[in-house]
Design a protein around this ligand. Sequence first.
Ligand SMILES: NC(=O)c1ccc[n+]([C@@H]2O[C@H](COP(=O)([O-])OP(=O)(O)OC[C@H]3O[C@@H](n4cnc5c(N)ncnc54)[C@H](OP(=O)(O)O)[C@@H]3O)[C@@H](O)[C@H]2O)c1
Length: 249
Amino acid sequence: MHLSPLKRLGGSGSNTYHLFRTINKSRRYRKRPGITLSYAQSLDGCIALHRGKPLSLSGRQSLAFTHRLRAAHDAILVGIGTVLADNPRLTVRLVTGKNPLPIILDSKLRLPIDSNLLQDHPRSPLIATGKNVEEQRQRDLEQAGARVFRLPIDEKGLVDLTVLLEYLVERGIHSLMVEGGARVITNFLSNRLVDRLVLTVTPFLIGGLRAVGTLGEGDLNCFPRLSNVGYRRFGEDIVLWGEPVWENQ
Ligand SMILES: NC(=O)c1ccc[n+]([C@@H]2O[C@H](COP(=O)([O-])OP(=O)(O)OC[C@H]3O[C@@H](n4cnc5c(N)ncnc54)[C@H](OP(=O)(O)O)[C@@H]3O)[C@@H](O)[C@H]2O)c1
């Protein structure tokens, strides 16, 4: 039987077809890439035991699905907290496909020169940083293969996402996968910068670092609800996806 590339990405005959189709339609966004927020959590909503400590939650099959999801995006973004904790590679090594461009939110240029993203990735990572970082540190990272993009810092002291996303779309990045960690997840949700959520739910209760921090103070407008929900089992994990909708959107 012949399967289209989209069906092969999503798994044969599965309802992930619609999920991958919406990612491929990300070009419809004009001012920013289409954004997929994706992470693995325990049953009690945690992504790690403690902030800064790595914890591998996904089983082999759901991890391979995450790699398929990565391969469907132009770029993949994480916060520097995740790089310092997990030293991720952010590649698609478990599947066949193109590695998305790695992007790190790192306002103080803390990315270690010996990190896997600089030493063991086929593409030059883009570091989104602040305007007042040390010149020498920037040169060292560039010499190690990174591209450094200086951006304004917002009122929370974080890299301004609006400017970054506009820059990315101007450079042909139409689909962006955001993988965490907790601060990044919370900030993208607070700013309503999520078009779809793809959540790997693993059968653990770990009482650790919650994926989602405070989104608002009791105002229902702050709390998204998922529409067009789909799910599929991968081994012992369940991958659940949907499109967040906010009241008064
Ligand atoms: N289970 C999973 O799927 C999964 C996935 C990823 C991570 N994790 C876990 O999550 C933990 C890390 O989470 P975390 O909250 O400590 O760190 P994080 O969200 O990975 O990174 C947050 C840091 O990124 C920088 N940043 C710059 N601009 C930002 C912006 N606009 N929005 C948000 N952050 C911005 C800030 O540091 P500067 O001020 O220095 O720039 C900020 O403190 C680790 O323990 C890791 O293992 C789990």
